[in-house]
Design a protein around this ligand. Structure first.
Ligand SMILES: Nc1nc2c(c(=O)[nH]1)N[C@H]1C(S)=C(S)[C@@H](COP(=O)(O)O)O[C@H]1N2
Ligand SMILES: [Mo]
Length: 318
């Protein structure tokens, strides 16, 4: 379908027609809701106020897995987002995500496990030691940031439910709530957004569930109240606003692969040597910088994760 858009395409790649119709469809969906846009977010309100408005997270440990690179500002991280449930433009999530209610929030962990569980989010958080993890983040569109997440290893959550020997993959599902997510009233993607990892990727110590940013709870545009972060993969693997984590036997469907399989594979490891069919992945623009920098294999995490893919042809399994 023409109105379907691939994630993160450079603006130059998007035909005017697609952008026009995708945007119109979204605005029509927003107009159909009771809440207008004016009260949701004043673009003039300084980022510091937004940061202060979030609850502080207590007892954070500093992680040895953090990069020493300088983090992007809170303003950068919360104003330039992909979250198609809230629109196609980078500024849409900040404008429209405020209406999403993130409490109460339950998250189900089920499937091929001995002890399926359903947690109130705050209980799940209490079960885990929160850490600050400063990670590089690379979007398939060609931009990158450094983000000080707060979270805990996904492995801790998975171990607690005791995966069976049949569990080979992990499937993640975003909330489906069109009344608060206007993008879900359009067909830019099939909803809800879904993602997946192989079990060993999911269990890797770098893979975290993030519940915060800059020491505070997540703002909605970044995937509140809980989102995945897989720093060696393109950004779209890092699914937001998760309600279900299922251990499964077979490779699960993923939203962007389903939408454009020739462009987005299941693995989606950051790989400067494999071009996107419509643009090079060799370089990236760090938000806030002028000159582009070289993209690193596995986004700079090769020492830790390359071993997961030994013997695989990552040109085929992109
Ligand atoms: N549910 C959901 N998760 C999502 C997306 C989305 O549209 N919906 N976009 C993905 C993409 S393409 C990117 S680059 C990151 C952006 O995360 P950030 O806004 O926190 O930087 O979220 C990912 N997770
Ligand atoms: Mo992305």
């Amino acid at each position: 379908m023409l109105i379907k858009r691939v994630p993160d395409m450079p603006a130059s790649e998007i035909t005017d027609e697609r952008l026009y119709w995708g945007r119109r469809q979204f605005l029509r969906a927003v107009a159909g809701t009771a809440v207008g846009t004016a009260t949701l977010w004043s673009p003039a309100s300084p980022a510091v106020e937004a940061l202060e408005a979030q609850a502080s997270l207590q007892g954070l440990e500093k992680s040895g897995l953090s990069t020493t690179e300088e983090p992007n500002s809170f303003d950068d991280i919360t104003s330039y987002n992909n979250f198609y449930e809230f629109g196609l433009d980078k500024e849409d999530p900040r404008r429209y995500a405020g209406r999403l209610k993130t409490r109460p929030w339950t998250i189900k962990v089920d499937g091929e496990v001995g002890k399926p569980a359903e947690y109130a989010l705050d209980d799940l958080i209490k079960l885990n030691q929160l850490e600050e993890r400063i990670y590089r983040f690379r979007c398939v569109e060609g931009w990158s940031m450094v983000i000080p997440w707060v979270g805990f290893p996904l492995a801790a959550v998975l171990k607690r439910v005791e995966p069976t020997s049949r569990a080979k993959y992990v499937a993640f599902t975003t909330l489906l709530r069109p009344s608060e997510m206007p993008g879900q009233r359009t067909d830019v993607l099939e909803w809800p957004y879904v993602e997946g990892l192989r079990l060993d990727e999911a269990m890797h110590p770098l893979t975290i569930l993030a519940v915060g940013l800059y020491g505070k709870t997540l703002v909605n545009q970044n995937g509140a109240p809980i989102r995945l972060v897989v720093p060696w993969k393109y950004g779209f693997k890092s699914i937001k606003s998760i309600v279900r984590i299922s251990l499964v036997e077979k490779q699960p469907p993923t939203s962007w692969n389903r939408s454009a399989p020739q462009e987005y594979g299941f693995y989606s490891n950051v790989n400067p040597d494999v071009d996107h069919p419509r643009w090079s992945q060799a370089r990236e623009r760090r938000i806030g910088e002028f000159f582009r920098r070289k993209t690193l294999p596995f986004n700079g995490y090769a020492d830790q994760v390359a071993g997961l893919y030994a013997g695989m042809d990552l040109r085929k399994l992109y």
